[in-house]
Design a protein around this ligand. Structure first.
Ligand SMILES: Cc1cc2nc3c(=O)[nH]c(=O)nc-3n(C[C@H](O)[C@H](O)[C@H](O)COP(=O)(O)OP(=O)(O)OC[C@H]3O[C@@H](n4cnc5c(N)ncnc54)[C@H](O)[C@@H]3O)c2cc1C
Ligand code: FES
Length: 506
């Protein structure tokens, strides 16, 4: 088996863009709308609101387009796995058609807007294919073709011989696309500012007072505003009980050179390997995603990367890896994103989340819907995406999810309690949760031997973090918060760092 060397973790999209510095800008006193989060959902609605003449402020904890949107495989497609037949059975044929129309509209809106605004984001029309070699999935493939077609998509059944990788059959949907997500988002950000919107990077939102006029709080000041859109990937305010309604999956991605990249985009229905090509100057690459797991699960992440790289070498002829990165995304209980009012009583607090690995079209569709809702326009997809929908099946799934979270909370703690070894057992570059007296301590030893010790309870809702050896981060299994080894927040919903361990009675 070919063994490819793993580069240091860095997204290809972040590596191949230079972004203007929007750090340290003063926090304005007021705005018509504050958008929290400069990913694809946040920047789409920010651009549309600015275009509608509203004063917009975007608050971003990190950098524009460097969150999950800058870590995806960036297929811009209305084909979301074998989605449509499941959605029709769960929520009816009309829901499947509305979903198909809004997702395809999102793809077409990016095509049109990128052309109108002259944003070079490598937008390129492609077919999207979900394929299988597993005979047991042939029936599902055929049903998906019929339902997707009935829902209005250009779907057909394709024989394996027509595909660019080994497979027996597939569902092909034409009129889809791939692009460079960060170039797109930096382009949108530029146009938000052209329309007098303000974008503040390095500005983490830490609190919110709701009311007719809301107040959004950050460490650097607060803003009064009419509307607040929470587009922080995982909603940062707990009032919508989203923590009990979102499942988290983390995926690994590798990019490597190949002589000829695939023309179309592929997803294996059985293994969930995701494949697309990319050309940068003279270099032809393939981008491969897969090996998903639950964030914070105690697995050897590095070994999973090696397995993904070996798959890419064996199936696609990748001869050298140029990039590797990972990110997680959330799914809702019925696999339709939550877009709309944050909670049933909220008047001017809005949310977009739960894109289930399909937020390139999903986040764009969310931005288009939220723009209508904020402007008081009717939109017939409002009910489909309503974050406050609730049914008996969802309640059952919710109970199960809570049980998983509780197991992590109690189980992880007990496991840590049993682990009585001291910091001397931790080698350079390793991290582990250790018990020091009655405290669980996230302990990491740097390459130079320095020990970093932080409290190991996640600052969101208190679960125990675990060490990710491939990215050197502390990851929380409950709702996906991630912290660097110095305790700072890498990914929410947590908004506060892991406090330093100050020692105590042993
Ligand atoms: C490995 C992987 C591959 C994927 N591939 C695809 C694909 O091919 N096609 C597809 O359609 N989808 C794909 N997805 C899904 C898609 O990338 C996501 O659904 C989408 O990017 C989510 O966008 P977002 O705007 O919600 O989040 P983000 O892009 O993460 O934006 C949220 C922003 O909010 C900021 N933020 C967080 N907390 C705060 C705070 N307290 N204050 C201020 N700012 C804050 C973050 O820094 C971040 O920049 C993939 C996902 C993964 C994990
Ligand atoms: S992310 Fe919710 S407890 Fe850690």
């Amino acid at each position: 088996m070919t063994r490819l060397e793993l580069p240091e973790p860095l997204s290809l999209w972040v590596d191949t863009t230079t972004a203007p510095d929007r750090l340290g800008r003063p926090v304005p006193a007021d705005a018509d709308v504050v958008v929290v989060g400069a990913g694809i959902a946040g920047l789409t609605v920010a651009y549309l609101q600015a275009e509608a003449g509203r004063s917009v402020v975007v608050l971003e904890a990190g950098r524009v387009g460097a969150g999950v949107s800058g870590h995806s495989t960036a297929k811009l497609s209305a084909q979301h796995g074998l989605k449509y037949d499941a959605l029709r059975r769960r929520r009816g044929a009309r829901a499947a058609s509305t979903y198909a129309r809004t997702q395809q509209d999102a793809v077409d809106w990016v095509a049109r807007t990128a052309a109108e605004l002259d944003v070079d984001c490598e937008f390129s029309r492609r077919d999207s294919v979900v394929h299988t070699s597993d005979r047991r999935q042939f029936g599902a493939i055929r049903r998906e073709v019929e339902t997707a077609r009935a829902a209005g998509l250009a779907a057909d059944l394709v024989d394996g011989a027509e595909l660019e990788l080994p497979a027996a059959a597939g569902v092909r949907i034409s009129g889809q696309a791939q692009f460079h997500p960060r170039k797109w988002l930096l382009g949108l950000a530029h146009h938000v500012e052209r329309l007098d919107g303000r974008i503040l990077e390095g500005t983490r939102v830490t609190g919110l007072d709701e009311g007719r006029v809301a107040r959004v709080r950050t460490a650097r000041g607060s803003i009064r505003t009419r509307d607040v859109v929470v587009a922080t990937h995982y909603p940062v305010f707990d009032r919508g009980l989203f923590f009990a309604r979102l499942g988290i999956t983390r995926d690994l991605v590798v990019a490597g050179t190949v002589p000829i990249p695939p023309k179309n985009m592929y997803l294996d229905a059985a293994t969930q390997h995701s494949v697309r090509g990319h050309i940068e100057g003279e270099r032809s690459s393939v981008i491969v995603g897969g090996e998903h797991y639950r964030t914070g699960e105690r697995i050897d992440v590095r070994q999973r990367y090696e397995r993904l790289a070996a798959w890419a070498a064996a199936h696609l002829g990748v001869n050298e890896l140029t990039h590797r990165w990972s990110a997680h995304d959330m799914s809702t209980l019925d696999s339709v994103p939550y877009v709309g009012r944050y909670h049933p009583a909220s008047r001017n607090l809005w949310v977009a989340t739960g894109f289930g690995q399909w937020g390139m079209s999903g986040g764009t569709a969310a931005g288009l819907l939220l723009n209508d809702l904020l402007l008081g326009r009717d939109n017939d997809s409002e009910r489909l995406y309503d974050p406050n929908r609730f049914d008996a099946r969802s309640a059952l799934a919710l109970a199960r999810d809570n049980a998983t979270v509780a197991r992590h909370f109690v189980g992880d703690r007990l496991a840590a309690l049993r682990r009585r070894s001291g910091p001397e057992s931790i080698g350079a570059g390793e991290g582990r949760v250790l018990m020091r007296g009655s405290s669980a301590v996230a302990t990491y030893r740097a390459a130079d031997g320095t020990l970093h010790e932080r409290e190991a309870h996640c600052t969101h809702l208190g679960c125990l973090v675990s060490f990710n050896n491939a990215e050197r981060t502390w990851d929380c299994p409950c709702h996906g918060s991630r912290f660097s080894v110095d305790g700072s927040v890498v990914h929410g919903p947590a908004t506060r760092p892991l406090p330093p361990y100050r020692g105590g009675p042993a």
